[in-house]
Ligand binder design. Structure first.
Ligand code: C2E
Ligand code: MG
Ligand code: MG
Ligand code: MG
Length: 278
């Protein structure tokens, strides 16, 4: 009967279900070995000072160089890594590698930059999280003021008391804390005064149309004012056009990040931009 009513569609459905399950298993298995096989790579994207045009930071963005599939973007494997718990070793690897890289740049005589590292919820809630962070800093020799950890609103709001305690410890260590993708989460403003953070990162959906949309421009102005009144720095994500840069500069946005300045690049390539002024 199913066949009569469109057997092809039915068959296609079951086949693709099986395929998807199989593909997921294969992907999970190969992701398990990705660290040991040295298949993970980090690309670094510059954060540009809004006033001076200099690179003052970089964000570490992980990629997976799969032996058969080529370069896989984080959106295609971070969700699986989060589901399976593999995000914990992957996140630790990213943190350690990014801190070591930043120290190596400093030792090589480049102007110092802040290294921004994304955290997943599972990592943030690991036992002795702050102890792990200080071990990485000690092992790599990176000074804490050159590390900034990025968490999203949803990670921060899952357990507010825990978040406050951890952020206080990180702050006391001298590490910066940024709220990533700001404006897209729960956007509960009351937590902003309770969380000891240093930076807000405006999500790129607001930046995208800011030069065309009065509403988006108004939201950006409001976020920048709010941040400055709370003594926080602001980064705008996803800056792609000179018009967006101008609008952000006029509103005194502290830092900008986006394809207008640079795509995320391998370590060797990004370092050559540290002396450059946009
Ligand atoms: P995110 O932390 O918000 O990172 C910014 C994303 O915006 C990056 O995508 C970056 O390549 C992209 N981007 C930067 N400038 C522009 C622009 O001008 N235009 C457009 N269209 N996009 C721009 P990417 O590298 O694909 O990373 C996506 C997300 O994956 C990140 O979003 C972050 O949530 C996650 N991620 C990446 N690396 C890690 C990691 O090491 N650990 C964890 N937990 N998550 C990570
Ligand atoms: Mg980020
Ligand atoms: Mg972001
Ligand atoms: Mg984002």
């Amino acid at each position: 009967r199913a066949k009569e009513q469109g057997g092809d569609a039915y068959q296609f459905y079951t086949k693709s279900m099986n395929e998807r399950v199989l593909e997921r298993m294969l992907l999970e298995n190969s992701l398990r070995q990705a660290i040991d096989n040295n298949e993970l790579v980090i690309h670094y994207q510059p954060l540009i000072d809004g006033t001076t045009g200099r690179t003052v930071g970089v964000e570490a963005l992980v990629r997976w160089l799969h032996p058969e599939r080529g370069l896989i973007q984080p959106m295609e494997f971070i969700p699986l890594a989060e589901e399976t718990g593999l995000i914990v070793p992957i996140g630790e690897w990213v943190l350690r590698t990014a801190c070591a890289q930043n120290k190596a740049w400093q030792d090589a005589g480049y102007p110092p930059v802040v290294m921004a590292v994304n955290l997943s919820g599972r990592q943030f809630r690991q036992p002795d999280f702050t102890g792990r962070i200080s071990k990485v800093l000690a092992a790599t020799g990176l000074a804490p003021e050159y590390l900034e950890l990025e968490i999203t609103e949803s990670i921060a709001l899952e357990d507010v008391e825990y978040t406050i305690a951890i952020l206080k410890e990180l702050g006391a260590m001298g590490i910066g804390i940024a709220i990533d993708d700001f404006g897209t989460g729960y956007s509960s403003l009351s937590y902003l005064k309770r969380f000891p953070i240093t930076t807000l990162k405006i999500d790129r959906i607001f930046v995208q149309d800011a030069a065309k949309s009065q509403q988006d421009a108004a939201i950006i102005s409001a976020i920048i004012l709010l941040a400055h009144n709370l003594n926080l720095k602001v980064v705008a994500e996803g800056v792609e056009t000179p018009e967006q840069r101008l609008l952000l500069r006029e509103r005194h946005c502290n830092m900008m990040q986006g394809f207008l300045f640079s795509r995320p690049l391998p370590a060797e390539q990004v370092a050559s931009l540290f002396d450059f002024c946009w």
